[in-house]
Design a protein around this ligand. Structure first.
Ligand SMILES: Nc1ncnc2c1ncn2[C@@H]1O[C@H](COP(=O)(O)OP(=O)(O)O)[C@@H](O)[C@H]1O
Ligand SMILES: [Mg+2]
Length: 406
């Protein structure tokens, strides 16, 4: 590593900066991890934090990378992460062998794991956990020199955090509703093949508000369409409540989405010649166990608008009717693709408030957006980049829709 001392001092400065400017412990840990992963040139990085007040295991608190670690954990001594926590000595698996470390292989299933470094995350007062690095972003293997720097960076981050705050309990994920493994999607036009999704590994948990964030064109809608059974992956596995739908026929997918999934789009797609109530009743007739249409309109606060046609309502009201239309199916999951992109700020907040209520009522929500501020109200945020998951974060204190400002 050329100029390694200079690089090292720069990294330490950045980490200290990020941590001292953070407004919460979560922000400090997340920002600190980003700075460490960037400086280490790693593809993936994880802060495993020990839950001393709870089950005594190491849980992933923040991570960067293309896999979903949400429900993974390690007891001290269990796998490289557990061993490093117990011994407080780094492990350098420069040429990773899945057979020698099955735990790590399971954590990162779906990723081509080549090189792993686990370093203790401890300050003078206590052992907080372990920071794990997986793969160099450039495809090379980690080196001893790089691992030395990672160790020092982790130590500096732990010291900068100090002893003053303790972290919130780990998030307890519900049952897995949808599971995606190694999902790819290619589109072929003539001789040209466009790879849009390049291996997505994601779980959707019961009752969560999951937000998919990413720039235009990164594959959010393509992914949402696969989750909702509107499109099929080119390769990979997709299951709903344990039922494998990877090779489902068109008819099976149609049945799946009719019975289980509600959709909300940027454009409201209401039938113009039907009233709000009629728009809902039309859908209620198609499904097995619909919610009462009047009740659905009440939830979105439009009971007094039920005889209005779409043209007699504002954009925000029409979007609320379309939320009610999704609700009337009584679906387990609602998928929303940029539902506020066409709305002004005040109207967006109104619509997001309704979505917050819907999640509170027990419906699982997956929402796509390119608005960073909206991520604050999610339980979990998946940041996508160029057809891959880049970062998954759990919000332990989600904001209310009414707290959002942009
Ligand atoms: N049917 C298709 N044929 C070819 N390319 C497509 C098709 N659908 C989407 N794409 C391409 O896939 C990429 C991702 O699209 P999309 O999932 O809509 O992105 P996002 O929702 O993140 O803006 C874009 O470059 C888009 O042009
Ligand atoms: Mg889109």
């Amino acid at each position: 590593m050329e100029n390694s001392m200079l690089q090292y001092y720069r990294a330490i400065g950045q980490i200290q900066n990020v941590i001292s400017n953070a407004s919460s412990l979560d922000e400090a840990l997340q920002g600190g991890l980003k700075a460490i992963v960037d400086n280490a040139g790693a593809e993936s990085g994880v802060i495993w934090y020990v839950d001393k007040a709870g089950d005594g295991k190491l849980h992933p608190y923040f991570w960067i990378g293309p896999v979903d670690l949400t429900s993974r954990s390690h007891a001290p001594g269990d796998g490289a992460v557990g061993r490093v926590f117990e011994s407080q000595r780094a492990e350098r698996l420069f040429e990773f062998d899945a057979l020698q470390d099955v735990e790590t292989a399971i954590d990162f299933a779906g990723m081509d794991v080549k090189s792993v470094v686990c370093v203790p995350f401890s300050n003078n007062f206590e052992d907080l956990g372990v920071i794990q690095f997986v793969n160099r972003a450039d495809g090379e293997l980690f080196t001893d020199e790089a691992a030395d720097v990672m160790e020092i960076m982790a130590m500096m981050a732990a010291i900068a955090l100090g002893e003053n705050e303790s972290i919130a309990a780990p998030w307890q994920p519900g049952e897995i509703v949808m599971q995606l493994r190694d999902i790819t999607r290619e589109f072929q036009n003539g001789d040209i093949v466009t790879k849009v999704l390049k291996g997505v590994n994601l779980d959707v948990y019961e009752g969560e508000f999951l937000v998919l964030l990413g720039e235009s064109g990164c594959g959010k809608s393509t992914l949402l369409n696969i989750i909702g059974g509107m499109d099929s992956a080119t390769s990979g596995e997709f299951s709903y409540l344990g039922q494998d739908l990877s090779h489902a026929t068109q008819e099976e997918l149609t049945e799946f989405r009719r019975d289980n999934v509600g959709f909300i789009f940027q454009s409201y797609n209401l039938m113009p010649n039907l009233t709000a109530l009629q728009n809902l009743k039309l859908i209620a007739e198609l499904v097995k166990e619909p919610m009462d249409a009047d009740e659905a309109l009440e939830i979105v606060g439009l009971e007094d608008r039920k005889r209005n046609y779409p043209s007699q309502m504002s954009g925000g009201q029409q979007q609320r009717v379309s939320i009610a239309r999704a609700l009337v199916k009584n679906p387990k999951v609602i998928l929303a693709d940029e539902p506020t992109a066409a709305l002004d700020y005040a109207t967006s907040i109104e619509v997001l408030q309704v979505m917050e209520e819907v999640v509170k009522g027990g419906t699982t929500m997956v929402m796509v957006t390119h608005n960073e501020e909206i991520t604050r109200m999610a339980d979990r945020v998946v940041r996508m980049r160029d057809g891959r998951m880049h970062e998954v974060t759990v919000n332990r204190h989600p904001a209310h829709a009414t707290d959002l400002v942009w």
